[in-house]
Design a protein around this ligand. Structure first.
Ligand SMILES: [Zn+2]
Ligand SMILES: [Zn+2]
Length: 78
């Protein structure tokens, strides 16, 4: 078994395929959403920095499943 350096899951190279690795291509950020893509509605009592989400897809849970899939990437890959 090999550990994927992107999702940190172990996988069998023989089972690696273009949808095996699920991840977020962007970072989990803590700021307001852009006005054009407002995924998070702040409540009246929320401070403006309460918005936390993935910059790529707007998912608001750190544990949210990735919005993109690709091959797993081993530590041996260049
Ligand atoms: Zn995402
Ligand atoms: Zn992976």
């Amino acid at each position: 078994m090999i550990i994927c350096r992107r999702c940190k899951e172990s996988y069998k190279p023989s089972l690696n395929n273009s949808s095996a690795c699920r991840f977020h291509p962007s970072f989990f950020v803590c700021r307001r959403h852009d006005d054009q893509k407002r995924y998070y509605e702040l409540g009246p009592d929320d401070p403006p920095y309460a918005a936390k989400f993935y910059d790529c897809c707007g998912a608001e849970e750190p544990e949210a499943p990735g919005c993109t899939t690709n091959f797993h990437v081993s530590y041996d890959d260049a």
